[in-house]
Write a protein that binds this ligand. Structure first.
Ligand SMILES: Cc1cc2nc3c(=O)[nH]c(=O)nc-3n(C[C@H](O)[C@H](O)[C@H](O)COP(=O)(O)OP(=O)(O)OC[C@H]3O[C@@H](n4cnc5c(N)ncnc54)[C@H](O)[C@@H]3O)c2cc1C
Length: 310
């Protein structure tokens, strides 16, 4: 592979000094020295290969709905997939396939399924973010997850090659895709398989999924659940019983509706969130002896701060 040309000289998707906070649902994060913002599949591949050739690693950002980005300057290049968001529906007999790029919003994919009356993605109602993010974290709810509806995943490997894999080879587990997380691979696209239904039935499934969310905070800036559920237990319940609801650090506040959500109550910093999360984690450990693992992913946040207190 040839060495990359200087950033910005011929690649319009290479941007500099871009604030990351507006690209996250928490509204928190510092300024990226280099933001790669491709607008087509070809540019996405070019951007990844450029970042790989620079050899300093990079961070892939989808909808920013499950990440905590540190307050300081972010020196690692950030690859933003949101500009590459094609979605295509193919019908084959009693099944439909939705082929989409990594940056497609999961809600838009669901929107097409609802409109056309295809079932299988109802679980995704209310889950923000992109297809790439949903695959990486095996996003889901009680009724299903990415693993249950994805049939093919397309990636760019660390050596710059494109590969398409069957869902069975992705190494899915609870809120994790073993083949992607921590691997250096980038999801470039995926195909979902849906089954024949009616618009009415799909809408009823979506309504049910939304109903199940009534105990989650709405209308405030969060990043979904901060901690994973420990085996057989609910992190939210443990945090609630440990007395975390309503706790505050700076402008970060544990939701009074659901203790596993931290809200940005104003001008919150990443530091506020990390301190509050560490405090909650310690309270759960002290009361139940259970160590909570983070569901959210971090960029530019010091490990010592995250695990402080335990
Ligand atoms: C109000 C609210 C409710 C939520 N409810 C749920 C829920 O019910 N269930 C659930 O599972 N989650 C939920 N979440 C969390 C979040 O929406 C999901 O985890 C979502 O799938 C993250 O997608 P994203 O595109 O925003 O990923 P990001 O937050 O941008 O990234 C998350 C991780 O995925 C990686 N990543 C992103 N795109 C790619 C790619 N193309 N290739 C490789 N790696 C990539 C990132 O590097 C990062 O490690 C909720 C969040 C909010 C704010």
């Amino acid at each position: 592979m040839s060495k990359a040309r200087p950033p910005g000289s011929v690649r319009p998707f290479v941007l500099h000094s871009r604030p990351l906070a507006p690209l996250t649902t928490w509204g928190v994060g510092g300024v990226a020295e280099t933001l790669l913002a491709p607008r087509s599949r070809d540019e996405l591949i070019d951007a990844v290969r450029w970042a790989q050739s620079e050899g300093e690693g990079f961070f892939t950002l989808g909808g920013g709905s499950n990440v905590l980005i540190g307050d300081g300057p972010i020196n690692v290049p950030v690859l933003l997939t949101a500009g590459v968001s094609d979605i295509e529906l193919r019908v084959e007999g009693a099944s439909a396939f939705i082929d989409c790029s990594a940056g497609a919003k999961l809600s838009n994919v669901l929107g097409i399924a609802i409109k056309e009356g295809w079932s299988g993605l109802e679980f995704a109602a209310g889950i923000p973010g992109t297809v790439g993010g949903a695959i990486t974290g095996n996003a889901g709810a009680l009724t299903g997850s990415a693993a249950s509806s994805v049939v093919k995943v397309r990636t760019l490997e660390e050596d710059g090659e494109t590969v398409e894999r069957d869902s069975a080879d992705m190494g899915w587990s609870y809120r994790r895709c073993g083949l992607i997380e921590g691997s250096g691979r980038v999801v470039t696209g995926a195909s979902f398989k849906l089954s024949v239904s009616t618009g009415e039935r799909v809408r009823a499934g979506v309504k049910e999924a939304i109903e199940a969310r009534r105990l989650q905070p709405v209308g405030c800036r969060t990043a979904g659940c901060v901690f994973k559920n420990p085996q057989g237990q609910s992190a939210g319940m443990l945090l609630d019983k440990a007395g975390c609801k309503g706790l505050v650090q700076g402008d970060a506040r544990v939701s009074s509706v659901h203790a596993n959500f931290i809200e940005n109550a104003g001008g919150c910093s990443a530091r506020d969130i990390v301190r509050l999360a560490a405090m909650c984690r310690k309270m759960v450990f002290d009361m139940f002896g259970v160590t909570l693992d983070f569901e959210i992913k971090t960029l530019g946040v010091e490990e010592e701060m995250i695990y402080a207190g335990l």
